[in-house]
Design a protein around this ligand. Structure first.
Ligand code: HXC
Length: 258
């Protein structure tokens, strides 16, 4: 499938999706968001894909929603359109592991998009921010919610109220990202991590993802109960039999996602 605003490559059970509007620092316009929701949904449903990597260009993962496209909109326009809400929901509903590989600017809707992914690998050049306040708006795709859950109230308030940028080292200390790699190695290193995940059973990885995400939606006792159900359910899979047999036979497992 060819896209105007994305480049998609599929290899070794991994889909690499590159945002491709370099002239606008990958600003998220309507076309890009529609295509991205479509590409992620397609990858999620493709049984040749076990892990998805989302990246931008060296200078920017994405510098936010496209201000030029938004500037003239009225309350009624954005209220009825529910700007990017359907696309954001589709992306957040992805059931397979989704990794953001972030280099350069990762701002506003771009930072929110990275936070919709399961974890973020950042280049040492990455800069995160929720600068919407400078435009007279509030973050609209999770910048006050996912960011607060990720880094806590003090830093989330600081980021959203001052609009300042956070570098990769601070983002790692704060728990926004999982690892920092040299900028030149960002995509290769992230693909290696995706490759590790793609060696596992897609079925088990999806149970893991669902379980961790549950922690954000419910109480601890309900979350533990949910995890226990997922644990029990894993024993209904062929991949549990294969994984444990391979361990006992001292060989690599051959998972079939069944
Ligand atoms: C549209 C953008 C853009 C954006 C950059 N560009 N960010 N166009 N929307 N968000 C365009 C610039 O207009 C310019 O094109 C080109 O990309 C290069 O950008 P420069 O500003 O010349 O680069 P630089 O001086 O290096 O500054 C980089 C920057 C700055 C610090 C990232 O571009 C910037 O502050 N961008 C806006 C960041 C922002 O406010 N994001 C939040 C958006 S609101 P031209 O053709 O003009 O030269 C949001 C809400 C989401 O995301 C909610 C969704 C529901």
């Amino acid at each position: 499938m060819a896209y105007d605003t994305l480049i998609v490559e599929i290899e070794d059970y991994t889909a690499l999706i590159r945002l491709n509007r370099p002239e606008a620092l990958n600003a998220l316009n309507a076309r890009l968001m529609q295509e991205l929701a479509q590409a992620i949904t397609a990858a999620d449903r493709n049984d040749k894909i076990r892990c998805i990597v989302l990246t931008g260009t060296e200078k920017a993962f994405a510098a936010g929603a496209d201000v030029k496209e938004m500037a003239e909109k009225t309350f009624t326009d954005v209220y009825f359109d529910d700007l990017f809400a359907a696309e954001a929901d589709a992306i957040a509903r992805c059931r397979k592991p989704l990794i953001a590989a972030v280099s350069g600017y990762c701002l506003g809707g771009g930072c929110e998009l990275a936070m919709m992914c399961d974890f973020i690998i950042a280049a040492d050049t990455a800069k995160f921010g929720q600068p919407e306040i400078n435009l007279g708006i509030v973050a609209g795709m999770g910048g006050t919610q996912r960011l607060t859950r990720a880094i806590g109230k003090a830093k989330a308030m600081d980021m959203n109220l001052t609009g300042r940028f956070m570098d990769a080292a601070e983002a790692e200390r704060a728990g926004l990202i999982s690892r920092i790699v040299p900028a030149k190695d960002l995509v290769t290193e992230t693909l290696k991590i995706a490759g590790k995940i793609a060696e596992k059973s897609a079925l088990t990885a999806m149970l893991v993802k669902e379980s961790v995400n549950r922690a954000f939606e419910t109480t601890l006792s309900e979350g533990i109960r949910f995890e226990r159900r997922m644990f029990n359910a894993a024993f209904a899979s062929e991949d549990q039999k294969e994984g444990m047999a391979a361990f006992m036979e001292k060989r690599q497992p051959q998972f079939r996602d069944r």
